[in-house]
Design a protein around this ligand. Sequence first.
Ligand SMILES: *[C@@H]1O[C@H](CO)[C@@H](O)[C@H](O)[C@H]1NC(C)=O
Length: 471
Amino acid sequence: MFHSQIQDPNPQASEPTSRLVGGTEYSWCRAVPTGTGITVLALLLSKPPDISLLQNALHKLQNYHPILRSKLHYDSPSNTFSFITPPLPHLQISAFDLSSTSQIIHDHDRDDVTPFHLILEHELNQNAWQNDNTCDTDVFFVRTYALNDTRWVVVFRLHTSVCDRASAVSLLKEMLKLIGDEREGEGIEVEYERKSEVSLGIEDFIPSGKANKPFWARGVDMLGYSLNSFRLSNIDFVDASSIRGSKVARLRLDSAETQRILEGCKSRGIKLCGALAAAGLIAARSSKCLPEHQRERYAVVTLTDCRSILDPVLSSNHLGFYHSAVLNTHDTDGTETLWELATRTYTAFANAKNSNKHFTDMSDLNFLMCKAIENPGLTPSSSLRTAFISVFEDPVIDESNGLHQEIGVEDYIGCSSVHGVGPSIAIFDTLRDGQLDCACVYPSPLHSEEQMHQLLDEMKRILVDGCNSES
Ligand SMILES: *[C@@H]1O[C@H](CO)[C@@H](O)[C@H](O)[C@H]1NC(C)=O
């Protein structure tokens, strides 16, 4: 993965390089200032982080992944964004000591969540990319917090245009490995190859012919997408007028429950994302006390990591945003079982993917996201909700290992903010040592904590009961 070589001092390497953002990256550049797409990876540690060692490791990551040392530049006359990539790593860690950390925790005081959780939420709402278009902004920030004498938190915060979920997972693995190497002294002599230019955006890697779409079909689909948003159901908006932030609730199942759900999916030839979306739909409809059999139509967004189907294929440690979204709508009248609806939602997604919708509709969905940002009034109650729920096609799979223990990783959560344009609930699922652990991000106070906890409790009950009463 990394090449050890002595750096050849290249005179050209002293000039920053620059490239315009691609279409999908551009829509993230528009979405992030509104509050959607602040990606945070938070680690709870039982050992104090060694700041200089961490900084070394981060500089190596910045050397190897030019995108991580890039800055976002906005050019207002042409209304374009570009990545400006300086030749050298420059990231500085901000370290919060006990008293500044406790001040932050105090400001957000809530009894029902851990200090680690509060720091995660605090970070999801740190928007370095808001308003200020006059100077170039880093895309990667790292902070450490001291919770008390036995617990510390390390947080990575990234602009989603440079870091999708697969990137975040890969970044974490590489960083843990680098820290492990540094601790053992292996890293001292090794200079990681410095790459000078950022890679291209997803649009440049779509296999030829796959994004083509007849002009008329584009028009029809666009109309379908935009008209649909008025006919779509949402869960109730508790407060649609106050300024929004992102909050997180966690949905966790034990190993036995997780195993039964995975088996239930496997026996039906579907993926976990179908079961999660279906449980969400059933819980959403039942939260609304509707007359029996009244149909409701909800939108489900499924995010799919395209790296393995691009041309050329990209490896999982190829950092950037290489996901695509598939938007499906589903009617439910409250009579469906979990597995009926799970099969229906998954099949709709799989069919869309089979007909290349994740490629053909990419620019349409990007366009609609930007339209909603420009005209919030096009969305119900100006809520900026474009779907009820978003899920990933595949969960992150994580087996804890010796390295986790050595560094003292007690817990970690990776997710992304949604308080700008986006779904009511975004599910970031991980299978951690065989247990399903979902970070569910929602806009607050558009939706309340109580409402979300009820919804997630109900989803959990539906998933667990659905497996007990096989049908
Ligand atoms: C330190 O914080 C952790 C995590 O919030 C908590 O579980 C632990 O009890 C705290 N320890 C002390 C000594 O306060």
